[in-house]
Design a protein around this ligand. Sequence first.
Ligand SMILES: [Zn+2]
Length: 449
Amino acid sequence: MKITPFGAVREVTGSCYLLETDKTKILIDCGLFQGGQFAQAKNYNDFGFNPHDIDAVILTHAHIDHSGRIPQLIKRGFTGPIYTTPPTKEFAKLLWYDAEMIMAENQRKFGAPVLFSKEDVKIAVRKLKAIDDSGALCFKDLQIQFHNAGHILGSAFIEITEEGRKTATFSGDLGNIDTPILKQKDALNKTDVLFIESTYGDRIHEKKAERWQILENAVTETINQGGVLLIPAFALERTQELLLELNNLAEKKRIPHVDIFMDSPLAANVTDVFRSYPKYYSISAYNQMVGGDALFDFPGLTVTRTRDQSKRINDSRWPKVIIAGAGMMNGGRIQHHLVRYLSDPKCTLLIIGFQAEGTLGRKLYSGQKRVKVLDEYVTVKANVVSIGGFSAHADQKMLVSWIRSAKKRPPLVYCTHGEEHASAALATRITEALHIEAKVPRPGQTITV
Ligand SMILES: [Zn+2]
């Protein structure tokens, strides 16, 4: 078989591999390029192959940098099925409609061209096919096996064997250890080649023990000074982890009772999907749920879906906690709350996720004292706190130990889905520690297995 990566090589976003045999052409992921303007402009380019020729898409997980160009693939002529896990099927639908809505709004406001329409999303959703519990799929001359990647609910790494020939494995994104809701990732099977993500290929995460202590302190201090705690959150996985942690703190009475608002319709819909798939939970989360705990719901929590409900948060009494998207603060309902509360020294902004260069979140994270939000200049007097070491991705040590503990170690590894220095650092480490040939491919480079 031949494998060509067309995105997420020497960069983090735009995951897309073309896998070809004599009989079949499939894609593994088809994600959006995200980040600065240069990266985003690439979404308007050709794919590097003809979408008409592709027989199917295999989707590792719903994150938009892995799934976001699928409606555009359809717009440009792809007509095949999209195979994925049941939760990913539901998340992809929610994220695609949300992306379309944001693009349509940007078109109205700034005249920015859209990548796909609501109609394209509708067709893409109809083409999503959920695999069964075995995770196994036969497609033409390919045997495809989905395994749990432990990154977000329903995320998978994918093993693909050409009938009677070689096997290639695609890691998708691999989870951190000790994620509160998810099961640990499965072990790596025998494979002839492994394509592994390297987002944190050059880093070791900080200890996670302190991170929720910071959350507890932020909530307690905000209540003590009668302020407002703002937590910008990513709708998928991070928000549910945050809700579960707040739930546990509230039930163990480690934080006093306070009104907590989750002000994001997307996060609310995503949380509903989480509730429908307890069989994907870790043992501790599952047992907690079986014991009668609602996990993502607890006294004091109000979920606001409509615009009017969102506006009413302003009139509610202090102290309070508001969780709202977008995670990097460059859009979404969090902006309205930032305008209102950032200039108040009794308030706190708690940053719990990665803030990309150029975003409002990055400016606040870096300590800027005057920022522009929704066409208004705001002087930052609120306390800005961040929780580091929090990531849905495995770090270098975890990636290496995942390969080390494989049932049989692969003879060849390609490091992708990382900035160039991170991928190179992981490749070097794999070769040093495991004596395996490891390389960083180039975009569009065809690898024959
Ligand atoms: Zn991901």
